[in-house]
Design a protein around this ligand. Sequence first.
Ligand code: ADP
Ligand code: MG
Ligand code: MG
Ligand code: MG
Length: 399
Amino acid sequence: MSQYRTFTAADAVEYARAFGGVEDPAALVEAQEIGDGNLNLVFKIFDRQGHSRVIVKQALPYVRCVGESWPLTLDRARLEAQTLVEHYKYCPQHTVKVTHYDETLAVMVMEDLSSHRIWRGELVKGAYYPQAAAQLGEYLAQTLFHTSDFVLHPHKKKAEVARFINPEMCEITEDLFFNDPYTDHERNSYPAALEPLVASLRDDEALRVAVAGLKHRFFAHAEALLHGDIHSGSIFVADNSLKAIDAEFGYFGPIGFDVGTALGNLLINYCGLPGLLAPREAAEGRERRLNDVREVWNTFAARFLALAQEKTADVALAYPGYAQAFLRKVWADTIGYCGTELIRRTVGMSHVADMKLIKDEAMRTECIRSCITLGRTLILAADHVEDAEALLARIRQAG
Ligand code: ADP
Ligand code: MG
Ligand code: MG
Ligand code: MG
């Protein structure tokens, strides 16, 4: 058993030669650390011709963007690798392929997706991938259905919940999504001009009760093996291709959390576009985002329902009409969690390029304001939105 140590570029090359699964390991000669995320080291491994061949990702024993003062479990590398392996079983076309991992070193090797681009980067430029929304809906339906009680034997399900116990990563979500933005916390950051709006979140009783309910269900509802962090920065896209990466927050939780996070990031982009693009392109981009929101949900729901009709193993859950009734609850959760994502990305600590890249300060403040306001609207309306069309109507109404 090897001991944990933080990899240098040379270590990453050596590791990729041993475990990269390439036919010509000696050809691997160079590594570049390309991690732009908040948490981990990511090495791209190149051959002599300068082609990148595999990716080596290693967890650090602390939060990268904060430093050693915020320690964090290395077990997240196992959880990420095992979540991606599990999701790959059910949706290989939309999940990055992990070929090897090592618990002690907190390292995994995965396929190189350099032919793709991170979706968030494309969204902020106004680049459009017409298939991406349906593909994301498909990914969510396949991975969440196949890891749910609709198909897993009850004994297997309980064992899987135990295997994917992820208390430290869940705690980050519990704090950053459901606590910080609704309290006066030092991790929060937002434009000073928005202090009255943010203070009004803290004082909004109906909102606080709804957020408590969302947090409670995040604690308690082990519905399926979630990705746990499925924002547009965890998604690679290319022409007619979409791949999910970065599943270190994977655990058994409420299905609406994943779907809501995905929709939330489309709506953050919707709110940011007026500050990112010229008016005409921004308007066109916003219409596309609304169509994307509709497409993600409708594809997810139709697919989930079809899978339930075809594959439900449990006799009670197979009763006609039950899957549809369940999806109605998932829909309400989706809208609520979507709202919390809008607020935690603007009021809380984890800001995103869709807002950060807006150069004009007054414009940025207005985009952030609209995002927070929409988040609140969605959390409060979550139980009363009929379908995707009604959701789009509410979003347009919110401004
Ligand atoms: P973190 O957990 O630290 O957020 P990510 O898994 O999101 O790390 O990876 C950080 C960055 O590394 C990604 O935004 C992407 O640019 C790059 N990256 C990650 N995985 C791959 C991959 N399989 N192929 C190519 N680049 C990758
Ligand atoms: Mg990431
Ligand atoms: Mg991250
Ligand atoms: Mg990550």
